[in-house]
Design a protein around this ligand. Structure first.
Ligand SMILES: NC(=O)c1ccc[n+]([C@@H]2O[C@H](COP(=O)([O-])OP(=O)(O)OC[C@H]3O[C@@H](n4cnc5c(N)ncnc54)[C@H](OP(=O)(O)O)[C@@H]3O)[C@@H](O)[C@H]2O)c1
Length: 317
């Protein structure tokens, strides 16, 4: 595996999860403010600090960039980083506009660089285990998927509450539900419907969506900032159901399988750091010249689904 030297674009809170994973060599951080970058680098034990994102991208000692900027800056800075010759792991969601995601992957492909969307949840072994159970017929014929992710966000000025910064509950947490539904269905939605409640600075603070997948599989998703914390991903078939109790954070990776007339089976999956697995998958993709787990095909389909859901939710009644 290549020993990638990573730079971080921004001093975002989420960086802590990647740093704590202890699975990559973070050699530099950039902030809009040099004093903030210097203080952050000192606190986190990162050797180099830059006072602009461009300065970090100009450093020839950096191979890959972890991009944890607010959502509206994901694609513009991913493209700048790729044009500077860096591989890019960009935080979810890459964009709510599928054409932007296509453009970013076109740039990556032309430059022979890896671009991945940071959906860490996909890297946890409980996902593979759930897919294996479904393939083995644990629920019979799959007919319905339910996915939910919500938690209170109310602080004024938070980028997640700002439409201009591509905030919104679907962008922040609902994107996991979309990814979850697509992953369990093993397909892309043919049709969607959605409704939202607007709050903050013109963002969806509650959103529910319906997705129809090929083979008569439906999914119902819900997400919100104006709701208490909830997590879940469930597949329901004609013979049983399967639930991942903690699908996104995977701190307690448990799958429950309930089959008609039988006691609920509780499957404890090994506890592993999915951020570490994400970083290792990325490094392996660079080393092998293969696509990362959440690469072009997945990220473009994901953005298409989000774009369609917003189109439905924002359409005049
Ligand atoms: N995968 C996960 O588990 C996970 C979890 C949480 C969040 N995320 C994603 O990670 C990204 C960052 O989320 P976060 O909550 O960690 O971010 P955050 O704490 O709000 O930080 C965002 C950073 O972006 C920089 N920035 C640049 N322009 C900005 C602007 N106009 N307004 C505000 N900040 C600006 C700032 O760093 P400087 O001032 O230092 O440049 C800021 O610290 C989001 O896309 C989110 O969806 C992923």
């Amino acid at each position: 595996m290549t020993d990638l030297r990573w730079g971080i674009l921004s001093t975002a809170r989420i960086n802590d999860a990647l740093l704590a994973a202890d699975a990559a060599d973070f050699v530099a951080v950039a902030s809009r403010s040099l004093p903030r970058a210097v203080a952050y680098a000192r606190e986190k034990g990162i050797p180099q600090a830059y006072g602009t994102y461009d300065a970090l991208l100009a450093d020839p000692g950096i191979d890959a960039v972890y991009l944890s900027l607010p959502n509206h800056l994901h694609v513009p800075w991913a493209i700048r980083a790729l044009e500077a010759g860096k591989h890019v792991l960009c935080e979810k969601p890459l964009s709510r506009r599928a054409d932007e995601v296509v453009e970013a992957f076109d740039v990556a492909q032309a430059a022979g660089l890896v671009l991945a969307e940071g959906f860490m949840w996909r890297h946890h072994p409980q996902v593979g285990r759930a897919l294996d159970l479904l393939a083995a017929g644990a629920v019979g014929r799959l007919g319905l998927i339910r996915a939910r992710f919500s938690g209170p966000v109310a602080l004024p000025g938070d980028p997640r509450l700002d439409r201009v910064m591509d905030g919104g509950a679907l962008m922040d947490v609902g994107c996991y539900c979309v990814s979850g539904a697509r992953t369990l269905a093993g397909a892309e939605p043919e049709q969607v419907a959605a409704m939202r409640v607007v709050g903050g600075a013109n963002v969806d603070v509650i959103l529910t969506g319906l997705l129809r997948f090929p083979g008569d599989v439906l999914a119902a998703i819900d997400c919100g900032f104006a709701l208490t914390s909830q997590y879940g991903l469930e597949a329901v078939g004609d013979e049983g159901s399967l639930r991942l109790l903690d699908p996104w954070h995977a701190r307690s990776p448990v799958i429950e399988v309930a089959r008609e007339g039988e006691p609920v089976e509780r499957i404890e999956v090994e506890r592993v750091n999915h951020y570490a697995l994400q970083l290792r998958d990325f490094a392996q993709a660079v080393a092998d010249g293969r696509a990362p787990l959440v690469g072009r095909e997945d990220a473009v389909a994901q953005a298409r689904a989000i774009e369609a859901l917003y189109g439905a939710a924002e359409a005049p009644a």
